[in-house]
Design a protein around this ligand. Structure first.
Ligand SMILES: [Zn+2]
Length: 335
């Protein structure tokens, strides 16, 4: 199955590349291959970085390394590869090296490097009136908190090389933002914590929608986050939704973009109803609004939920290969 997929994708890519060269004047000039680009063009701390490689049809696999993380690329149409990589909020504002490794069909490998400048994000600060160490939860709930931390850690492991998401990402709640990503919480001038998502205003019971297609890897009622949902979108990308009133999905369920997954509430450690919406990418939180703002251009792959689980909501065993296979076919057809 795997071999067939590679062979099909290879043939399709070669065909499209040839006709593309014949048809367009721009192609005659020949874009310098391989070509690496990224968005935002001038990234800053807390950004999700959309990387793109144009490398022609012979490349079979691409892997990157950026800010100490391994970044696996996925196909985005013939000869095109993409990946999302995090720039954690605490990244040093400086130039950082992106290293790409490209494999061709015979297993030959070459590497490329680029230097990407990261600007300072100027996160707002808020001064805490009480040192967090004096607001520790009572001893009785600490075992529960430890159990929940383990459960969350397991959920972060539950991802794989299936791209469930389809461009673009949706805002889960159409209401004003009440707190931005990255707010630095200081006590006596020292950084104690950081706001690792955005808060969206809402009334109890307002419907919350999945930002994209994915698989629910955690749905439960936890001490800090209250009633919450964690969705894996593939390739290490997760969205999280906290403090809900009720949950409309279960762990293991495949959800589609825009599906109602729960309602606004004030469960967990909060002072009023709102949605905390977070995006975690390869182990680091990034600014959800910067993910929503990325311009992916036209999506190249068909809807993975329709393909994997007809009738919706039926879990595809093990995350499933169908979206991968159909992705390659759809990609070649649409360019
Ligand atoms: Zn929040």
């Amino acid at each position: 199955m795997r071999a067939l997929f590679i062979a099909l994708a290879g043939v399709a890519a070669a065909g499209v590349a040839a006709s593309g060269n014949a048809a367009s004047g721009a192609a005659r000039e020949g874009p310098k291959m391989p070509h690496v680009s990224w968005q935002p063009e001038a990234p800053r701390q807390g950004d999700p970085l959309l990387l793109e490689l144009r490398a022609g049809g012979s490349v079979q696999r691409v892997r990157g390394r950026f800010l100490g993380r391994r970044v696996e690329f996925f196909r985005w149409g013939p000869g095109r590869w993409r990946a999302l990589a995090p720039i954690p909020a605490g990244t040093r504002p400086d130039r950082h090296r992106l290293r790409l490794t490209l494999w061709d069909a015979s297993g030959r490998r070459r590497t490329l490097t680029r230097s990407i400048g990261v600007a300072e994000a100027d996160f707002p600060t808020s001064e805490l009136s009480v040192d967090p160490k004096f607001t520790r939860p009572p001893a009785a709930v600490r075992p529960r908190i430890r159990r929940e931390r383990r459960r969350i850690r397991r959920a972060w492991q539950d991802t794989g090389p299936t791209r469930w998401w389809r461009a673009p990402f949706l805002r889960p709640l159409k209401s004003p933002r009440t707190s931005v990503f990255g707010v630095r919480r200081l006590f006596n001038g020292k950084l104690r914590s950081r706001h690792n998502g955005v808060d969206l205003d809402g009334k109890i019971g307002d419907p919350i929608r999945a930002t994209n297609h994915g698989r629910v890897v955690l749905a439960g009622d936890l001490y800090y986050t209250g009633r919450c949902v964690f969705i894996d979108h593939g390739y290490g990308l997760f969205s999280v939704y906290f403090h809900m009133t009720d949950l409309r999905v279960k762990e293991g369920e495949v959800v589609h973009k825009g599906q109602i997954i729960g309602t606004v509430g004030e469960s967990g450690r909060v002072t009023g109803p709102h949605l905390h919406f977070g995006i975690k990418l390869l182990g680091a939180y990034v600014d959800p609004e910067r993910l929503l703002a990325l311009d992916f251009g036209p999506e190249v792959a068909p809807d993975p939920v329709a393909a994997a689980a007809p009738g919706n909501g039926v879990p595809a065993a093990g995350g499933g290969a169908p979206p991968q296979a159909s992705e390659a076919v759809g990609g070649s057809a649409s360019e």
